[in-house]
Design a protein around this ligand. Sequence first.
Ligand SMILES: C[S@@+](CC[C@H](N)C(=O)[O-])C[C@H]1O[C@@H](n2cnc3c(N)ncnc32)[C@H](O)[C@@H]1O
Length: 211
Amino acid sequence: MAKRSKSSDRWLQRQRKDYFVRQAQGGGQISRAHFKLEQIDKRFRLVQGKQRVLELGAAPGGWTHYLENKLNGGLLIAVDPLPITSGQNTHVIEGLAGEDAVDAEIDQILDGSQLDLVLSDMAPNISGIRTVDQARAMDLADVSLESCNRWLKKSGAMTIKAFQGEGLDDWVADLRKVFAKVHVTKPKASRSESREVFVVAQGFQGGTKAP
Ligand SMILES: C[S@@+](CC[C@H](N)C(=O)[O-])C[C@H]1O[C@@H](n2cnc3c(N)ncnc32)[C@H](O)[C@@H]1O
């Protein structure tokens, strides 16, 4: 059997001790990420009833599962190049957000209607070079914002994962020009040692079409 590296040993030990990993394993949640969305939603009341929601970076499906339980007759589109565990009614698109083919599928599903909420838990492949990884993360933030410009209704909301570092403050300042309220938050379920934060933006002002 291949010998595990010290860093994967450390990862395994941390996973075993982690409160939210154990909660997910015991409670039937697909991933620890589930609790991050739950905590954000509790605070900002993002997910309600019959909304139309686009979820970017959905695999393995923790957020998808949470959304499926909370949306009551709404529409959910989940995008990721990796496999997503989802219910029958979720529209799963296998591919990268921002790709033409993926955009075309979203257009087809929405059929002229607009979204109430854009969510992204997308994370870039980590190179280990901080500036490169931060630039990739900011590119993903831009992809989410492009989705809002294309499909989000006026007064709609967006929540994305971001990483503290170069470019984030300016990006958030620009976001305040197109959303009425913007918060940067770190839910308890997000590891304290991680630079991960979530940007919650509500009251989109850039919508062009009626909902
Ligand atoms: C932290 S995981 C998401 C976890 C998920 N929210 C959950 O609750 O199970 C990040 C995901 O982002 C995806 N991802 C990265 N870049 C992407 C892109 N351009 N489009 C779609 N998904 C992307 C990765 O494939 C990965 O599955």
